[in-house]
Each structure stands twice: as structure tokens, then as C-alpha cells.
Design a protein around this ligand. Sequence first.
Ligand code: TMP
Length: 205
Amino acid sequence: MIRGKFIILEGGEGSGKTTVGERLKLEFPDAVYTQDPGGTPLGEHIRKILMSDETKGIDVRAELLLFLAGRAELVGKVIRPALENGKLVISNRFGLSSIAYQVYGRQKPELLEFFRTASKIITLGCEPDACVLLDVTPETGVARVHSRPEEPTRFDNETLDFHVRVREGLLKHAAEFGTPFVIDAEKPLEDVWTETMNAVQSVLR
Ligand code: TMP
């Protein structure tokens, strides 16, 4: 039986998910934190494959299937057991990213129905209670990514139009992943943080 709460953090590149996630870890140290893709040994392998330039030009169906495979492992091995234990689970990205990136970003509307069918099997009934969406314009997000010391990924390096479509997908479908909390992440970090805390606390109430 699922007794815990499940919150997903979503947003485009450079929206501040990782920074907010780090602060949440300090605020809720007993919660289980995970990232999608990733969070399990298989998931980390899949993440490396997906982020590497070797998979540049990968067939979009194959790309989606890899994200889904990593997510199935993550739900089965980490998310469901934690929720059954009554834990709060906070995931940096989840299914909304597949809609935003593979369906909208890659312009494959025909994949939406398949995504939904596959997700029913993948989530094992672990549907998010809330989706905290950190919303930034692609211009701001991409500029933030390029000012970081880390190498940008092949997703970061997509065109501005790609990131515009991703944002559209995120905003249009956030409400399918529990209660949507859309936060203007162009605002100063302290404001974004306050709104994130309000969202998390309202889910826990
Ligand atoms: P991040 O975890 O560092 O944000 O990187 C993950 C990248 O993978 C990011 O660019 C978004 C992308 N992505 C998808 O394209 N589809 C997905 O389903 C997920 C979870 C992420």
C-alpha cells in the first residue's frame, strides 16, 4: 500500500531544480531523493548513454524507450518501496519530462498515446501527488546552463526553438502529474525557494 507522498520537480534546462533540490534535502532529510534518469545502477548507465554525444541523432522512439526503461527500474526499486514505507519521495524530473522533451521538443505528438500506455505499467500506481514546475524562459535557462563550469549535454545544446517547445509541453501537461505548482523561476532564488516550500508543505499537510 502506498502511504508516502510523491513530489516531482520539473523544469527546463537552467530552471534551478538542482539548487532547489539541494535545499530540500536539508529541510527534509528523511525524504528519499532521486533523479530521473538515474537513481539506480541501471538508471545511471542509461543516463550516461542518453547524455553522451554518442546518442546524438538517436531515433526518438529509442530515446523515449530508454528513458522509460530507466524510470521503470527507478519506480520498482526505489520509488515504490519508499512510498510503501510511508516516505516522502522527491524526484528531480519524472514522466512530464518525457512529454516535454520527446513529444514536444522532438515534435512527435504520435508518441503521446504510447507514453501514456507505457506509463500505466511503469508507475505501478505511484502517481505523483504534486508537480513543482520551475518555469523559466528558454533564453534565461540556456544562458544559465552555458555559464556553468560543466559541459553542456546534447539536450542543453538543442536549439532555442526546441527549448521553447519543451516549455510549452511542461506548462500544458503539468496538471497530469498531481497538483501543479507553477513557480516563476526567473525570480530571485529566495522567492523561488519560499514558493517551493509552500508547495511542499501544502502537500504534506
Ligand atoms: P538533468 O537530470 O540533468 O536535468 O538531465 C536530464 C536531461 O534529460 C534533460 O535535458 C532532460 C532530458 N530528459 C528527457 O529528454 N526525457 C525524460 O523523460 C527525462 C526524464 C529527461
